[in-house]
Design a binder for this molecule. Sequence first.
Ligand code: NAD
Ligand code: WQD
Length: 340
Amino acid sequence: MPQTVLVTGGAGFIGSHTCVDLLHSGHEVVVLDDHSNSAPEALERIAKIAGRPIAAAHVADVRDRRALDAVFTSHPIDAVIHFAAKKAVGESVQIPLAYYDINVGGTTALVAAMHDHGVHRLVFSSSCSIYGDATTVPLTEESPAAPKNPYAMSKWTCEQILADLCRHVPELRVLALRYFNPAGAHPSGLLGEDPHGVPNNIMPFLTQIAVGRRDELSVFGDDYPTADGTGVRDYLHVVDVAEGHRAALDHIDDGPGMRTFNLGTGRGASVLELVRTFEEVSGRSIPYHVTARRPGDVAELVADPAKAAAAWGWSARRDLAAMCRDAWNFQQQNPSGYAP
Ligand code: NAD
Ligand code: WQD
């Protein structure tokens, strides 16, 4: 059934790809975004790819109750996907309070507004970072949470608040999706990852080196207990992540309360494997040198994605080469990102 979906943070990296998928699937999309880490241009590009525009765009802070009330009053919202948050692990150590304020305060303001307006379906963006320094991989949803920084703690706190709310508000349905390492871009080259400042994540760093905006990659440690000594992550294509949200929405009424799902491929790749794949796909060489481990990094994070496969029939379909190809295509078509 077509639904009207409020997407907070809908102009961001994962949000914009999800909006495209929702529009393709016949849903109506309302976006709320303050553009603190995105460009309004992304919303134009969503319309270009989908062949029709989103229903409305509200430029507002997700903590702003008045703005939220205006959104819920103006549109018959059936469900909410909540992406809007700050997401840089390193920054969260510098300004932890901003992470609690925006990520936790934003979530409680949103859920309060949903409650007051009779909206009871929420898909929440969580993160593999809540697993912390995992001792055994692959990680299932039952693996213990052990957040190691304020960003991860903010996401884990939101999960706990939402789980507790579900125990007290029987009509509330929440799906918390724990993404592993989203990467890549829309194959059209119109949407992609355009971080402000120096990229925190490795894939945009690689594409910026390849396009000439940065000189070389620092490989953060080659003495981890992994096959080649560099960190292993479960990279998954952002279009697969977007499809995971549509699958979640399709199944949100399957059961009551809060449920958590990993979104990952189940396959890990090392930093050097990612660099090699990127070089093969792009035809560019990536100069790198090995430096010390990045504080807070862990050796290996890989999902067990079986739960989402069994419950929704969702699994990631695109491989590491597709992620590299599409990220590189976006960077080539948009050397300065969304900036004119
Ligand atoms: P992003 O920064 O590209 O998108 C977030 C969007 O939210 C941006 O458009 C930003 O302008 C908006 N926003 C931020 N604060 C806001 C506020 N107070 N009010 C309104 N809008 C606000 O990030 P992303 O990579 O698309 O991540 C989306 C979600 O997924 C986040 O919740 C993030 O924590 C989570 N997540 C991301 C990753 C990843 O590696 N990208 C991994 C796991 C989880
Ligand atoms: C990947 C690998 C680095 C940059 C973070 C968050 C996680 C989730 C995804 C939000 C690691 C190595 C990186 C560089 C490098 N986001 N690396 N040189 O740290 O796995 O996960 O983003 O929820 O919560 O923690 O992603 O892309 O930064 O790093 O060698 O310049 O690349 O050490 O092994 P990470 P990443």
